[in-house]
Write a protein that binds this ligand. Sequence first.
Ligand SMILES: C[S@@+](CC[C@H](N)C(=O)[O-])C[C@H]1O[C@@H](n2cnc3c(N)ncnc32)[C@H](O)[C@@H]1O
Length: 242
Amino acid sequence: MAAEHWGMGFNKRKLEDQRRQAAQKEAANRAGLIEAKGMTNHPGFFEGTGMPDPGWWEALWPDPADVLTKVGLKSDMDVIDLCAGDGWFTLQIAKIAGHVTAIDIDEKLLQTTRTRLADAKQSNCTYVEGNAYDIATLIDRQVDFVFLANAFHGVPDKLRLARAIESVLKPGALLVIVNWHVLRREQTTVLGEPRGPATALRIGPEAVELAVRQSQLRSVRTVEIPPYHYASIFQKGPVSTN
Ligand SMILES: C[S@@+](CC[C@H](N)C(=O)[O-])C[C@H]1O[C@@H](n2cnc3c(N)ncnc32)[C@H](O)[C@@H]1O
């Protein structure tokens, strides 16, 4: 009898373990789908721009400050980190620049950013929840630098966003768009797993330039960010004096 009881307990535990493993697998799969395809509840959320889990994001971007310096971020700049996510880049922008405004559609991620910067005793940041398309109404001044990383590929109307960003840039100010290169998702592995947006969503530097061409932003240069990214750098032309 005792052995039978023990056997039933063992089976129950085994079943519970199997259920837990299935739930974990399902959660991991959902996270992958959010990251790759953009499954989320936020209306207006750009496709395939879910914030990845921090483990591999930090492995992929071990030195975000170096990336920012390479793309032209300077001290004293007034910066917008557009689609800021959990603040992995925002913190480094705050350390280098004069001020940073973190904008994201997901208030939970903004809270993570707020905590990250508070823990680092960084107080030169403002946090704004909203849709990137509405950038002109989310900020009350023009800035020196807009940083948009890992989101442009999923923007349905890229010219609309470029024009909105242009309106908040001072003459001569920079827009930096960091994107995944056009590689098959299976090729862009980090910590042994395929990562990043779905293959079909990825766009190269030429396509970014084409999308932005009809705005008043002019392409300045493209910077390689190994292993899988590039940065397209645009500048707002000076205001005409005519
Ligand atoms: C892949 S994450 C990248 C975060 C950060 N830029 C980085 O590279 O670490 C993309 C972010 O875009 C945000 N996002 C998606 N659609 C948006 C929209 N329409 N307006 C503002 N933020 C949006 C998501 O909430 C997410 O935090």
